[in-house]
Design a protein around this ligand. Structure first.
Ligand code: G3H
Ligand code: 13P
Ligand code: ZN
Ligand code: NA
Length: 306
């Protein structure tokens, strides 16, 4: 069944783990994630970005997730990732999503509050929960490229949550989107996270840009013709630590992309005669499953939590 995130987050908060929010773009990704979550009996959030809607089409992506709901009785939340305006949030709320993100992080404080409030009002009347964002992540956020991050101010976070009524808050403490998160040492601002958690007790915090960019997959891709370069993600132990604070939702997209691509490159190199897409999409789907299962067990800590 399709569920919201309220109870999921309340339990994650209490028990000090986090729930994985995985970006979905096609059938193989959805199937791989579903298999992993089912085997692990893990709470699950599938999220859809603007890029996913552009790639697969709004109807296709929604129907693929509905297929997963028909095939299994696994509870999951369907979430809009980085909704860029009220209209898209409304469209997804009307279209049956159980959770939406309104991302006003590029706006100034008051404007962000105004639109977030509008989304919250519309969503709550219809039983849908809202994630908002305060602070700015460096890197690529859909089509918006921001050069420098602006870490979330704890006092502003409290005021923002109070005034908007949003159900969870994405914050900036050093993570960023994509495969190139750090040039030097990887670090997150745990002092800031601790302060925010203390000032907003029992309130679910969200971390975007939380792929770990496993070197094993960068090396595999590069070994079989790739040229991925100095990719670097958030070390898994930092994510585990974040999950013991107020962080209840951890967003992962890049690691899924990386695993699929590395495995497909390897498959092509080892099987130059293959041309049936099922021959390489099958191991790619398996790679998604393995990656997600690893995250659930070893990073998020949410196995057997449903
Ligand atoms: O926030 C970024 C997510 O990784 C989604 O990326 O817009 O390329 O689908 P996308
Ligand atoms: P990554 O690029 O680190 O996987 O982050 C994904 C994300 O935050 C989606 O909203
Ligand atoms: Zn994000
Ligand atoms: Na947590």
């Amino acid at each position: 069944p399709l569920i919201g995130t309220k109870e999921m987050f309340a339990r994650a908060y209490k028990e000090g783990y986090a729930i994985g929010a995985f970006n979905v773009n096609n059938m193989e990704i959805i199937q791989g994630i579903m298999e992993a979550a089912q085997e692990e009996k893990a709470p699950l959030i599938l999220q859809v970005s603007a890029g996913a809607r552009k790639y697969a089409g709004q109807v296709y992506i929604k129907k693929l997730i509905e297929a997963a709901l028909v095939e299994t009785d696994h509870p999951l939340a369907l979430h809009l990732d980085h909704g860029q305006d009220f209209e898209i949030c409304k469209q997804c709320i009307d279209g049956g999503f159980s959770s939406v993100m309104y991302d006003g992080s590029h706006l100034d404080f008051e404007e962000n509050i105004a639109v977030t409030k509008q989304v919250v009002e519309y969503a709550h009347e219809r039983g849908v929960v809202v994630e908002a964002e305060l602070g700015r992540l460096a890197g690529i956020e859909d089509d918006v490229q921001s050069d420098k991050s602006i870490y979330t101010d704890p006092d502003q976070a409290v005021e923002f949550v109070e005034r908007t009524g949003c159900d969870s808050l994405a914050i900036a403490i050093g993570t960023s989107h994509g495969a190139y998160k750090f040039t030097g040492e990887a670090r997150l601002d745990f002092d800031r996270l601790e302060k925010i958690t203390n000032m907003l007790p029992e309130y679910p915090i969200v971390l975007h840009g939380s792929s770990s960019v496993p070197q094993e997959f960068v090396e595999m891709a590069n070994k079989y013709g790739g040229d991925i370069g100095a990719a670097k993600g958030v070390p898994e132990e930092l994510l585990r630590k974040a999950a013991t604070y107020g962080v209840c939702k951890i967003n992962i997209d890049t690691d899924i992309r990386l695993a699929m691509t590395a495995v497909i490159r390897k498959h092509f190199a080892e099987n130059p005669s293959h041309f049936d897409p099922r021959q390489y999409l099958k191991p790619a789907r398996q790679a998604v499953k393995d990656m997600v299962q690893h995250k659930i067990k070893n990073v998020l800590g949410c196995s057997n939590k449903i």
